[in-house]
Design a protein around this ligand. Sequence first.
Ligand code: WTA
Length: 675
Amino acid sequence: MAADDMDIPAPQDSALTALYAPKPVRPGHPVPHITSLEEYSERWKRSLAEPNAFFGDLAKKLLSWSRPFDVVSFGDFTAGNVSWFLNGQLNACYNCVDRHALTTPEKIAIIWDSDEIGVHRSITFGEVLAEVSRLANVLKAYGVGKGDAVAVYMPMVPEAAYAMLACARIGAIHSVVFAGFSADALRDRILDAKCKVLLTADQGKRGGKTIHLKKIADEALAEAPCVEKVIVFRRTNDPSVPFTSPRDVYWDEEVSKQRPYCPCEPMVSEDPLFMLYTSGSTGKPKGVLHTTAGYLLGVTATTKYVFDLHEGDVHGCMADVGWITGHSYILYGPLSNGVTTVMFESIPTYPNAGRYWDLVDTHKITSFYTAPTAIRALRRLGDEHVARYDLSTLRTLGSVGEPINPEAWLWYHDIVGRGRCNIVDTYWQTETGSIIVTPMPGATPTKPGSATLPFFGIDIAVLDPTTGQELAGNNVTGVLAIRNSFPSVARSIYNDHARFLDTYLNPYKGYYFSGDGVTRDEDGYYWIRGRVDDVINVAGHRLSTAEIESALILHPACAEAAVIGVPDEVTGQAIVCFCTLKAGDEGDIAAALKAQVRTHIGPFATPKRVVITPELPKTRSGKIMRRILRKVAGLEVTEKDLETEDGLREKLGDLTTLAEPGIVAVLVKIFAGRT
Ligand code: WTA
């Protein structure tokens, strides 16, 4: 990776970084699992010194095995061939459903709260077992078996969870595609994984709007002939939704024909559990592959310790099941712990900005998990929306997906948590499967804006981005890397192990490379600074600049495109595209190019701005200098800076390699509104 693209994002305002002690236990609330920093530290040290003993014990304690493992970890992590819990046999669905359904069938597994306020449904572990089994039998009847990839393109309904669990039950590999992705994006993901079956819904509901899932899926399937069967859940029952018999079948009709029990397929530890496509630094999304035992242990342990779950708790993770946060902390983590999980179909501001807090009050949520973008948006809408609800059941408030600025952290702490809840800013990635840097509620003193300390078994190194040397000691800034193997780390990219190695393990030999910048402060606390690669994070959604660029240049008028992320008060980052046009194409096609991105990726990837420019700033060897684009679009350079060469150099660094230096002034003027 070129040093030009390795700018580490600037640190956040640090005026608000007082230390907050863990909160005292309130009457009627349980004592946390870990009660002091010393206890955390001792366990963390043991997890690194004796990982096999540590994770071997944890795996026996937290998971149910149909055959015990006999080797805890094996292989070379940084060569990309590590295995965990060898020769062990288990089933993720059994762990999440059966073992609780057998002992406490009446316990609530899922609370579904719909788009319509006041309409919600509680589903017991016993009911989940029956529903999942029926669906698993449907999948089997259509020839799906162990190792087959199944696409899931579902709205936020319990059936999305059943779909994933049914796959896990029979050993099929689910590939969930977020319902905000467009037909093209869905098609590409289906084709890459060669899915034979798609589980979808007629329509989805979100914030009062209808999402035409089946219509979009049909468009995708027109170019994805590998799909033989489409199982359609009727969410809205709208008769105008297209239905192509015999390829399409209705979910309710199919499951009603099946027995409510299906045996669990015994899976060996390293059998794949799922793949989830994520954006990287090329245009082609990659199917990050997770395996059964390691992933399940990672999410079970982190959900238990980071959210400090206890018997009778209700965990409310506001993510979508289409992203890793939904996989790990709506579905697998809470259910494996036998804790009630909330599935929320709507958005935080519909029908008003009190919606999250209404959920907490109604369902007596004890741990709540959302993204900084939602916290920032709600903070702007006023404290009165929070004040009118009883939030006394809350003990832990989590944040995930992007750096949280101290102001948002403090609002979460003071206004939502009312100063009584522990805030856990949790850092992790699709690839890590589970949380890797986080406070332990009850144990870790927190600082607003810092994800604090590593989870058990995680050994973090800060590397100099250019030399790759480790930066030892405290008060250092570099790229975040991991030295050691841990159970939930992804094992590969589906059908492309070479790409897995090139992306994560080859950039810095001997380490896993996260793609994030980080500071380790004077207390050894970690402050995640954001991506240093070509990944941008819009409202917690991870997008690759290359993927957006590929979409833009498919437009007939677009000659070249360069995409960057700029800071945005609510969404963290926003997308700005710079495009040059083909000869003969003139005029304002910015709107058409925005639409192009929506069509190829999805509405959540809509650029904030498309700038038509006569050329892009490039080096003489033809490499686009994104650093310049980032600074100009981030309004770090003004027209005044153009007046002297020194002024410009101070803002933009060395410009001697630029092929056409005049382009800088043109771009600055565009952003100053002068052209
Ligand atoms: C970012 C989401 C700062 C980071 C779980 C990472 C964060 C990317 C945090 C992964 C956090 C996630 N503080 N940044 N607490 N959590 N990120 O794969 O840049 O969708 O690399 O997984 O989100 O995004 P992904």
